[in-house]
Design a protein around this ligand. Sequence first.
Ligand SMILES: *Cc1c(COP(=O)(O)O)cnc(C)c1O
Length: 388
Amino acid sequence: MKSENFETIAIRTQAERSGHKEHSTAIYLTSSYKFDDAEEMRALFTNEKEGNVYSRYSNPNTSEFIEKMALLEGAEDGFATASGMAAVFTTFGAFLKSGDHVLSSRSVFGSTHQLLNNVFSKWGITYSYADLDKPQDWEALINEKTKMIFVETPSNPGIDIIDLQFLGDLAKKHNVLLVVDNCFATPYLQQPLKFGAHISIHSATKYIDGQGRTLGGIILGSKKLMVDIIAFARHSGPALSPFNAWILSKSLETLAVRMDRHCENALKVATFLENHPKIKTVKYPFLPSHPQYEIAKKQMSQGGGIVTIVVHGGIDGARTFLDGLKMFSISANLADTRSIATHPATSTHNKLTEEQRNEVGIEQGSIRLSIGLEHIDDIIADIEGALS
Ligand SMILES: *Cc1c(COP(=O)(O)O)cnc(C)c1O
């Protein structure tokens, strides 16, 4: 049965059954595949016939995961990678050459920063950063060498948002690729390709697995763009393992239900903290006080599971809060069933100077709360306890 509905696609898109008629998809732990005869081998190697050759190229489990994600994101095709960073690296590697320029949002994932600042710059690729809350600055930073706009919205951990339709139109006008890291939203909350993005990237390690146990990533886009991605990936080898693909495909079956609860809990936490005397600021996309609330409402169906707060008292205030938590885990990860608190200034963003951190919306007292799936009363009680 063909369905347009997210939940049904996420559950009922399955790789072909084997002769055992198993109900859930089997795991295909095989590195290679055999050919019926010499002619089939030849045809597969020249792409005259579609099929599995070697698991660095494709595997029934990764194909199932890609097919589901492509349907959910509204993409024609995709390539699954061993981690979110492998997806980012592969996308840059496939489309950029020496002399090209990338315009990126300033507040991108730390390792994406490192790639632009320290790896691709050695290969002659230049970059500029622009702020999500200053869309008026973006167009002037595009030049004749600009090949790609790269953006993360909502951003980590500042929770800033930019209008994807605006960027989609800008990319079209200047004939550049628009690549969106859609990790925080997942396809359940936001589908960038609908707004003119060419490529959507995920760290599947986050909400797609959702239980803090598996690394994975994916790149999604048109069949035409995927030709370059797949050519680069097949030979450079960032492929997702069949076992992790099996886990991630299984996890997608519950993504809608999990995201609904993550978002419901996060909105309750944000609302509770908004007028709390111990809190300086609360950032959550679906709080009307969020500066880009109207844009968030336009392009996201719910606000996501991350709430960023600033406590009084700078680093000391943040440390007191973290050490006062009894249930929340102090960890650098996010998007787990378990609620997690992170202090970006002394962990994920410690390599930036204080000034650079301010530019991406991180204060000394900023704390990123990844709201999990525990009972909401326990989540709020733990935060309240730590604040007092
Ligand atoms: C975690 C994360 C990544 C990197 O993903 P890995 O799976 O850890 O390699 C990239 N972008 C965003 C927004 C992330 O949160």
